[in-house]
Design a protein around this ligand. Sequence first.
Ligand SMILES: *[C@@H]1O[C@H](CO)[C@@H](O)[C@H](O)[C@H]1NC(C)=O
Ligand SMILES: *[C@@H]1O[C@H](CO)[C@@H](O)[C@H](O)[C@H]1NC(C)=O
Ligand SMILES: *[C@@H]1O[C@H](CO)[C@@H](O)[C@H](O)[C@H]1NC(C)=O
Ligand SMILES: *[C@@H]1O[C@H](CO)[C@@H](O)[C@H](O)[C@H]1NC(C)=O
Length: 509
Amino acid sequence: MTENFHGHMLDVLIPPKIIILLILHVLPVPLETRFPADAPQGSLWPLPQKVQTSEASFKLSGSTFAIVDAKRSSAGPSCALLQDAYTSAFTPQLFVSTDELTVDQPHAVLKAPKVWGALHGLETFSQLLYEDEYGAKIINATSISDFPRFAHRGILLDTSRHFLPISTILANLEVMAMNKINVFHWHIVDDTSFPYQSRTFPQLSQKGAYHPYTHVYTPTDVKMVIEFARLRGIRVIPEFDTPGHTQSWGKGQLDLLTPCFSSTKPSGTFGPVNPILNTTYQFMTQFFKEVSTVFPDAYVHLGGDEVDFTCWKSNPDVQNFMDQQGFGQDYKKLESFYIQRLLDIVTTTQKGYMIWQEVFDNGVKLKPDTVVHVWMGGKYNEEMSNVTAAGYTTILSSPWYLDYISYGQDWQKYYKVEPLNFKGTDEQKKLVIGGEACLWGEYVDGTNLTPRLWPRASAVAERLWSAMNVTDLSDAFQRLSAHRCRMVERGIPAEPLFSSYCPSEYKHL
Ligand SMILES: *[C@@H]1O[C@H](CO)[C@@H](O)[C@H](O)[C@H]1NC(C)=O
Ligand SMILES: *[C@@H]1O[C@H](CO)[C@@H](O)[C@H](O)[C@H]1NC(C)=O
Ligand SMILES: *[C@@H]1O[C@H](CO)[C@@H](O)[C@H](O)[C@H]1NC(C)=O
Ligand SMILES: *[C@@H]1O[C@H](CO)[C@@H](O)[C@H](O)[C@H]1NC(C)=O
């Protein structure tokens, strides 16, 4: 797979060079059993960079169908990840994901330089399959060469506004793989609840979760999510957002948050993390040391968005500190003071960091490999231009807030976005490593997450994977309708695009 993952992120997990030869035994299909052409059979989503299909089709024979490692493959039986993918790929719960895929008689061949490419290739292969009217599995002769346009193709799920059961998270990782999404941005804690169970500070979830036993992610849960994701070629980037969005942290960690004042007395409420105490930084050092060992990805998301200065302004100790530091009344300077120290702390854990755009906007000094996450609406093209002009890599989310819902086919709006549509040099455009669809959790829990996310996030997935000129809405509608039915067939309650039917409708358990 020619995925660059912005350097390295997954490289730690895999051997360097792999060639997989996937051998499938296929038989030619007599003309009369071919599927009528009205439904787009074998439709691919996201569309590969190069596809050549033909009318020649083959029937997969159950008795001889096999996936075999080629003799010259460097993967072989010792690559457990692929062996797992082979077996799960063609059981009824199809999930499988190219570099080069050639389907012909008597073998289909899949070649990929990395294991992640092989996974994507398996997914593509599974999408080429369709059934004739007798239920036989058919595949047309096809030649594909593929690679993603952007290395970072993410989905943000929020497990703080509502707790999401592990089963919901795992099910959606499965769907992410079907859509070749490779980053799960886990917005794990926020104001409302702190479900992350910390080994170092167990009181954080004990006091800060909605429920200390039923509404938490234990270390075992977190491990399971990370491994489940890895097996599907998905990175897990946790977000521990500070100094704002931290009300739930304050319940388990005394003195972490700033006491707000009403005239001359503490009002009993609390604001953002208290940036003037040394204990704050001692806590963050220990906390992020743990986070860096629990989450193997090379990056952690540090938030830094939407800091409300009202409480800081009300607190006389904070005012004194501002005077001492010479910040005047510029509370952005205080915010930057905090973030700067936090970034230094996280740097000592050998992790790279992602941050929301405000941190950049406020002029905090960032490491060159920082990923600036652009989320604000309105002038996001100008922001992309500014961030890349300053030499930082960036990902885009502004136009992809999927928590906003409306009547109609809003997938088209997401699909039409062009992330490089900003003023800038070629060098600047290269700094855009991808984007993320965000599904914030105020109105979302296990009951409605999956249909709300899919296939709307699929539109973002194709924008981030396929070539820039893949913009034809009616072609996309056809393929996405078929892809949505494929998700439904695989047991995923993906919502409809418009009036339609699926050959095999969703069966509720
Ligand atoms: C696959 O082959 C069938 C039967 O020959 C043909 O009708 C169909 O258009 C082909 N599909 C594609 C995507 O080329
Ligand atoms: C906080 O740390 C700084 C620098 O290490 C030190 O000068 C200061 O005295 C400390 N403050 C308190 C209250 O311990
Ligand atoms: C981009 O930078 C310019 C020049 O510093 C500034 O005027 C503008 O407000 C910035 N745009 C955004 C969206 O922050
Ligand atoms: C996109 O551009 C490529 C290369 O120029 C071309 O081969 C391909 O046909 C174009 N695809 C579409 C959908 O326009």
